[in-house]
Design a protein around this ligand. Structure first.
Ligand code: SF4
Length: 202
């Protein structure tokens, strides 16, 4: 089994968003995305194809010595392809696995952490997971409209986040205020920010 990897797609960094914020982890960015958000700024073009053995070797190379850690699979949309061989190979190394998805497709377990970032414009297929994150105005995101379609009691996420969007090189202060006003009325939701950008991390 081989997977298409995005440019600079295997690296070590800090998770900057949502519940695992601050965790050090290896990131694995798969190429390709079927979602097509109009404001996407992620380079998910295909750089190279790697088999499982090559992926494991490269992940191991970016991990600090003797460190058993997290591997965060992102994209693109990782769930556009069968992730089971990849997840199984990473687990066999003793690593914890996380998948970041738009929620357009169901993600087949086993995965230790499932992070759903709904971008709007498609039916949410993945209605359960470890966390869900909504980014203000991404793809015309309206938090109230999302809740009208997917009320909290009809989805099953351990943690729920809203996040302000970035305007060029900074977080949009008005977007942050919108998030804070909305959170004041929705106490079971929390604030996420793109802290890796504040930290100048990839
Ligand atoms: S799901 Fe993510 S990678 Fe895909 S188009 Fe939307 S923002 Fe870009």
């Amino acid at each position: 089994m081989r997977y298409a990897i995005a440019p600079h797609g295997i690296f070590w960094s800090l998770q900057g968003e949502a519940h695992l914020r601050g965790f050090q982890m290896a990131f694995l960015r798969l190429a390709g995305c079927s979602v097509g958000c109009p404001t996407c700024d992620t380079d998910y073009t295909k750089d190279r194809m790697l088999d499982l053995e090559q992926i494991i070797a490269e992940v191991r190379a970016v991990m600090p010595v003797n460190r058993d850690g997290w591997v965060w699979i992102t994209g693109g949309e990782p769930a556009d392809r069968d992730l089971r061989p990849l997840l199984g190979a990473l687990k066999a190394e003793g690593w914890s696995t996380a998948v970041a998805t738009s929620g357009k497709h169901r993600v087949v377990p086993p995965v230790d952490w499932l992070s759903v970032s709904y971008h709007g414009g498609y039916p949410l297929a993945q209605k359960y997971g470890s966390e869900i994150k909504l980014v203000d105005e991404l793809g015309g995101m309206d938090f109230d409209a999302f809740l009208a379609e997917y009320p909290d009691d009809q989805t099953d996420f351990m943690y729920r986040y809203v996040q302000p969007h970035w305007d060029g090189k900074r977080e949009d202060p008005e977007s942050l205020r919108r998030c804070l006003r909305w959170l004041a009325k929705h106490p079971n939701w929390s604030l996420s920010r793109q802290d890796h950008k504040h930290w100048s991390m990839p």
